[in-house]
Ligand binder design. Structure first.
Ligand code: ADP
Length: 602
């Protein structure tokens, strides 16, 4: 069997379904009152429904029409009683329907909130390792799967079990020999279900997988449409889509063929029971051993029995399905964040911004060190520039300072306190990051600027935007600060997004600022504006700045040169230039690249 999903700790075959089931039941405790009433109304609905065949058969034919017994000749009354019971049954049905609808929405709401909350607790590493699609499925689909379990599954299980017992008792009481006859096709039904249903489940899974594959191709080509068009690969994508579409269509056909065979055969077997009853019962009616009404009653009851039996048969496969969904949800709830806050973490109401990185070694994966013995010091208010080739570990270093990951060896101290001992809330409130991939949330420009501080005033937002040199372009947007951006909203350019993120940082007002290649790939005009905004932003803050463009670091107090995870040089621009080492090399290559670019433009 193929392991279904990378990153899952327990394979679906090995999980202890019973333990999960018990844990799920403990969650159901919260809803027990609603579940109690749902089951009560369901039982009342079936009980009132159960009376109807008796009145439609025995009472109508053998008493009212035959002119004997309590209801002799009273057809009108019998019809009224039937209508009354039908109405009652309907009312109870409507009541439990409404309650189920309410409970289902509440359960789904609670489950989704709990998964989402549990996810937010986890560290960045968790999100980097998982595909967005899979995580979205977990929040949405798995919660729905469990909602069915709680709401439909549990209540219908109880009611159907009661129905089976009740109807079987009535049948046996009416005529045990006829009951045995109507059970003749049963072993065949069971055999067919045992054989065919696992196969149906497999086919349905395959269909599910194929449709997921199809969806990823669609989402890939839509999101990557720029690349597809640029390389003129439309035909190739059409081909790829057609193959996946073909595979899906095949899986769909197989599933439909199988279910199209199994269900009619099951129906036929069910009807065989009825035919046998008609044959045997009819013969008894002719012998005068049984009334016509009794046979009719019997057949009606028998048909009522098959629904619940089929439900019970399906429940096994469906149960495993729900347990798998529960397992996935519990895995997230039980996951321990890699970067966790200590119970005795200290709060730092004020931070001076004194950063010490002492002999830090770190790797994203065990035994694969990305940073080796890195040390540096940034005194309050200083600006440190970190330079080096791409992949040298610059971003990794700042990820560690803002504690998105924990160091493997060594330590990072801020104001003399190890970052592992500082509460997450104080750490985050004092550290601001302006990075090259700016995420814009769906919402207005104002909301995006105020992300760190939603309670601030409009004046604060405008003030921050002005410092970030963003006010002018925002004013020109169709709705100014109320323009909707993010998915489905107005598309901001790279430079505009960066100024938005600088405004965010200005409003956040952190003591420690991290600038991660904030001016990559921009035109000169925009770059100047951004540089100006950054110059005002860094004032009075300890800043660690990473930049490819060495000119951006002209204000740095000193520079740290990194290469393959190590600090190879450190000093001021002038000192490093004099030394003619790695930094000198970088500057030379940088200047050459600039000249070439100018040459191309000219
Ligand atoms: P720089 O910022 O200097 O370009 P990075 O710190 O981004 O370098 O990357 C340093 C190395 O760490 C690279 O080899 C990169 O492939 C690796 N790396 C970065 N992020 C991750 C991650 N989340 N998981 C595993 N490896 C990573």
């Amino acid at each position: 069997m193929i392991y279904p999903e990378e990153g899952r700790q327990v394979c679906p075959r090995c999980m202890k379904k019973h333990a999960i089931f018990i844990r799920l039941l403990s969650l159901a405790g919260k809803y027990k009152l609603s579940l109690f009433f749902i089951v009560l109304f369901m039982l009342l609905n079936s009980a009132t429904g159960l009376v109807i065949p008796y009145f439609q058969g025995t009472v109508l034919f053998d008493q009212a029409l035959a002119g004997t017994g309590t209801f002799a000749g009273k057809i009108g009354l019998v019809i009224l009683v039937i209508i009354a019971f039908r109405t009652l049954s309907l009312l109870f049905g409507v009541m439990f329907g409404i309650m189920i609808a309410k409970l289902a929405a509440n359960v789904a709401f609670d489950l989704k909130s709990s998964v989402f909350t549990a996810m937010q607790r986890l560290s960045l590493d968790f999100f980097m390792r998982k595909q967005t699609g899979h995580l979205m499925t977990r929040v949405n689909n798995d919660a729905h799967e469990l909602q069915y379990f709680f709401v439909d599954g549990m209540s219908y299980f109880i009611v159907n079990a009661m129905n089976i017992i009740g109807i079987a008792a009535v049948l046996l009481w009416m005529d045990w020999r006829l009951t045995l006859i109507c059970l003749i096709p049963m072993p065949l039904v069971f055999w067919l279900v045992r054989k065919a249903f696992p196969k149906l489940w497999r086919l349905s899974w395959r269909r599910h997988r194929r449709v997921s594959a199809l969806n990823s191709i669609i989402s890939d080509t839509i999101r990557g449409s720029r690349v597809v068009k640029a390389f003129g690969k439309e035909q190739m994508e059409i081909g790829r889509f057609q193959r996946a579409n073909d595979a899906f269509s095949g899986a769909e056909q197989n599933f439909n063929k199988m279910s199209g065979t199994v269900f009619p055969v099951l129906n036929l077997l069910t009807q065989t029971g009825g035919i046998l009853i008609w044959a045997f019962g009819g013969w008894k009616v002719m012998q005068g051993q049984m009334s016509f009404g009794a046979v009719l009653t019997f057949v009606n009851y028998m048909y009522m029995l098959y629904g619940p039996i089929q439900f019970m048969n399906n429940i096994v496969g469906w149960w495993s399905y729900c347990m798998a969904a529960a397992q996935r949800i519990f895995e997230i709830q039980d996951a321990v964040p890699d970067v966790a806050e200590r119970p005795d973490a200290v709060r730092l109401p004020d931070m001076k911004g004194d950063i010490e990185v002492n002999n830090v070694t770190f790797g994203y994966e065990p035994n694969k060190a990305i940073l080796k013995n890195v040390s540096l010091r940034a005194k309050p208010g200083q600006m440190i520039g970190v330079v080096g080739h791409s992949g040298a570990g610059k971003s990794t270093l700042v990820n560690l300072i803002s504690r998105l990951y924990d160091v493997t060896e060594g330590e990072i101290r801020i104001d003399g306190v190890n970052v592992k001992d500082i509460s997450m809330a104080s750490l985050r409130s004092h550290i601001g990051i302006v990075s090259q991939d700016v995420y814009v949330f769906s919402g207005t420009i104002a909301e995006n600027i105020a992300y760190a501080n939603p309670d601030c005033t409009t004046e604060d937002i405008i003030h921050a935007a002005k410092i970030a040199n963003a006010h002018d372009f925002i004013e020109k947007l169709p709705d100014g600060y109320d323009t909707l951006v993010g998915s489905g909203g107005y598309n901001l350019s790279g430079g505009e997004k960066q100024r938005l993120s600088i405004a965010r940082a200005v409003l956040h007002n952190p003591k420690v600022l991290i600038l991660d290649e904030a001016t990559a790939s921009l035109d000169t005009e925009t770059e100047l504006q951004i540089q100006e905004a950054l110059d005002s932003l860094v004032k009075g803050r300890t800043t660690i700045a990473i930049a490819h463009r060495l000119s951006t670091l002209r204000n740095a107090d000193y520079l740290v040169v990194m290469d393959r995870g190590k600090v190879v040089e450190a000093g001021t621009h002038d000192e490093l230039m004099e030394r003619k080492g790695a930094y000198h090399d970088l500057v030379r290559k940088h200047d050459e690249a600039l000249k070439m670019k100018e040459g191309v433009i000219a």
